[in-house]
Design a protein around this ligand. Structure first.
Ligand code: 13P
Ligand code: SF4
Length: 313
């Protein structure tokens, strides 16, 4: 379903498309980006999909990453010879900052166990992990390590999800890392909508609290939620994730599915600080201060765990 944007936005979109074609620039965007950005991105995806695309298909020498800084860092780590720009360096996932490298190092010293870190981490922390995971492959990655216990972080709820699905013991790092957007969802939010739409299926992200995951018909990454809705025969869905995902689902299902987001305040401020105006600014000025570059030693150490994850999933 084509969404039409106001004239002023359309003009900005056309200008960006022309500029990026002229300069051969690859625009990558996460599903939580503003609809007007998703609509003109060269690729759209969840964290796993975007890492894979950054590794295999980012043909241009310059990438503009419309997402949060850890995602742009991952793209840069996987493409050390390309220049990766983020339209606003303030687009930082607060959960990534909850897991300093020191916390990982000290748990590693305490336990002789594999360390799995969610990609939502700083590159310095990634450098101390054995392997990375995303919300799409966390269970599969943890299972692959042949260990009954795993040091896992920073999202406590995703760690709970891994334990729920695999029975593996999770040693969390930090103690209680969380995503403030997904933590907002409460069972009541879903029950209220379920009364209104009794036939609706509930689908939620694994960063939601355990009680919310347990009551859902499906738990998955953003791409997983989209796929579940697309492939289901049901018409109504109650969704527990950031509201930006609605745009991509409507596009892919030609508006045939009715989406009911469980909370309309499930908005990630870091994702939303990227705007069309800021993307245009990059395409005109290519400001050095917007380049994402991880120091070589850290990038080399972090790359091992990211590549291992991509090989396994
Ligand atoms: P995905 O792994 O589903 O893309 O989610 C990333 C994220 O930041 C969730 O809050
Ligand atoms: Fe981070 Fe949550 Fe935003 Fe995802 S939605 S980027 S985990 S704050």
């Amino acid at each position: 379903m084509e969404q039409s944007f106001p004239k002023q936005i359309q003009r900005l979109q056309e200008e960006i498309i022309k500029l990026k074609e002229k300069e051969d620039i690859f625009l990558m965007a996460h599903y939580y980006q503003r609809p007007e950005i998703q609509a003109i991105a060269d690729v759209l995806g969840d964290s796993l999909g975007l890492s894979r695309i950054a590794q295999q298909k980012a043909k241009s020498d310059i990438i503009i990453f419309a997402g949060v800084t850890f995602m742009a860092e991952t793209a840069s780590i996987l493409n050390p010879n390309k220049t990766v720009y983020i339209p606003d360096k303030a687009a930082k996932c607060p959960m990534a900052a909850m897991c300093p490298a020191k916390a990982v190092q000290s748990l590693k010293a305490q336990y002789d166990l594999p360390v799995v870190l969610y990609v939502n981490t700083l590159a310095e922390a990634k450098a101390h992990a054995d392997i990375m995971c995303t919300s799409a492959n966390a269970v599969e990655i943890c299972r692959s390590l042949n260990s009954d216990s795993i040091i896992f972080g920073p999202d406590w709820n995703l760690g709970w999800h891994v334990n729920w699905k695999s029975g593996l013991e999770i040693i969390p790092v930090p103690e209680h890392g969380y995503c403030y957007v997904h933590k907002k969802f409460e069972v009541e939010d879903f029950l209220k909508l379920k009364k209104q739409y009794p036939k609706a299926l509930i689908t939620v992200h694994p960063e939601c609290n355990p009680e919310v995951q347990k009551m859902a018909d499906h738990v998955g990454s953003t791409a997983g939620i989209k796929k579940f809705i697309k492939n289901s025969d049901a018409s109504d869905f109650i969704i527990g994730t950031e509201i930006g995902l609605g745009f991509a689902i409507h596009q892919e299902t030609a508006g045939q599915k009715r989406l009911h987001f469980a909370r309309d305040d499930a908005i990630c401020q870091a994702m939303k600080c990227i705007t069309l105006e800021k993307i245009r600014e990059i395409l005109i000025k290519f400001p050095k201060e917007n380049v994402i570059k991880v120091p070589e030693e850290i990038a080399n150490a972090a790359r091992k765990g990211i590549v291992k994850m991509l090989e396994l999933s």
